[in-house]
Design a protein around this ligand. Structure first.
Ligand code: SF4
Length: 368
């Protein structure tokens, strides 16, 4: 790790002479190897973290920015020091960058890096009365459950509306006060008339006005989760029954509307099926060639690196790795599209890595 730091503690843009010093240091010491780097302010705050498969080339490119609004120039204006660290491969640099960003949450990364926002997730909020919503990017809100990632937020939103309507789940503001029917004391204080049209037209159980008990609402949430996990087609069956009843009553317009709703839910189910398949396929042992060092082995399960180690050279190391593989892959997990919040970024990183470099799949080995 290498660092240059100006002793003075200033908050104004980095001086030309300091930038020249940093450039000189990079030129004389940095090597063209994979690695990560950190830009630090005069107070030691990590303002930016980056990675490259050629650290020297990447760092020098910062000093060649022709215009002040270029990303590199903006970062250098705030940086008084540069650290860098080599990694065994470009893949290791990617992982290390992600971990450093999570650790330091550098403000320039937050402002500039928006990769995650291309994706949409379905979020099931926490109790009381969870609701379904489409959100962009990952959040630090660990109490919610996330399903995804998906592209096409608009389409997902429409399908989610059908799901919420079919199961009569709420869709109002998160902070809306809930008054379940089994919360008698609270209910007595409530006005009798519901304040929302969704309850009146049978699109919401009405947990805000005592329209259902906690258990009744939770049962519907359970159905939503089972559908999103691919374990149940309950909501689809509900809509199909409604469509057939409308058709029998010769209400063809209504039946056609149910058919369209059904189509949107079925499309969502198919998309979930593809996603589950993709996530399950990101489970393997991945060997990456080391740059001037030992090869690295990554144990990847459901798109997340569960362990990493040097490629075993001795029988003792092979035995140790075999045990690790058994511990990690021996535990059966139900195929699901829900992803813990803290794993979303890594799942996105791995799926985009193998999409960019499909030949890398040839270096993976499935665990049977
Ligand atoms: S009926 Fe109440 S809980 Fe349901 S959507 Fe309307 S305000 Fe929200």
């Amino acid at each position: 790790m290498t660092r240059i730091r100006n002793a003075s503690q200033r908050h104004q843009p980095t001086s030309e002479s300091q930038i020249a010093l940093m450039r000189q240091l990079v030129k004389s010491e940095a090597k063209d190897r994979p690695g990560t780097y950190r830009m630090l302010s005069s107070t030691g705050e990590v303002v930016y973290v980056g990675k490259s498969k050629r650290v020297r080339t990447r760092l020098l490119s910062y000093f060649r920015c022709a215009y002040p609004e270029e990303k590199g120039a903006r970062i250098l204006r705030e940086a008084e020091a540069i650290d860098w660290e080599y990694t065994p491969s470009e893949f290791a640099a990617l992982l290390q960058e992600l971990r450093l960003i999570k650790k330091f949450r550098p403000r320039l990364n937050v402002a500039m890096k928006r990769d995650g926002l291309h994706y949409a997730f379905i979020k099931l909020t926490k109790a009381p009365a969870p609701k379904l919503a489409v959100v962009r990017g990952a959040s630090t809100d660990d109490a919610s459950i996330y399903y995804g990632p998906f592209v096409g937020a608009q389409r997902i939103s429409e399908a989610l509306r059908e799901l919420s309507d079919a199961l009569m789940l709420r869709d109002c503001k998160t902070e809306t006060k809930m008054h379940f029917s089994d919360q008698q004391e609270l209910f007595q204080l409530m006005p009798r008339t519901p304040g929302c049209i969704r309850h009146e037209i049978n699109k919401c159980l009405g947990p805000c006005v005592g329209g259902c008990s906690v258990a009744e609402y939770d049962e519907r949430v359970g159905l939503a989760r089972a559908f999103l996990d691919g374990a149940s087609d309950g909501p689809i069956e509900m809509l199909r029954n409604e469509m057939e009843s409308a058709s029998e009553r010769l209400e063809f317009e209504r039946a056609a509307s149910y058919r369209d709703k059904l189509g949107r839910l079925e499309a969502l189910r198919e998309q979930f099926g593809r996603l589950r398949f993709a996530v399950e396929n990101l489970s393997f042992v991945y060997t990456v060639k080391g740059h001037e060092g030992p090869d690295k082995v990554y144990l990847v399960k459901r798109g997340i690196v569960r362990a990493e180690l040097d490629k075993p050279q001795s029988s003792w190391q092979r035995t140790k790795m075999k045990k690790l593989v058994e511990d990690i892959f021996g535990v059966q997990e139900k195929p699901s599209t829900s992803v813990p919040t803290h794993e979303i970024d890594e799942l996105l990183l791995l799926s985009s890595w193998f999409k960019r470099f499909p030949a890398e799949m040839g270096r993976t080995k499935k665990v049977s």
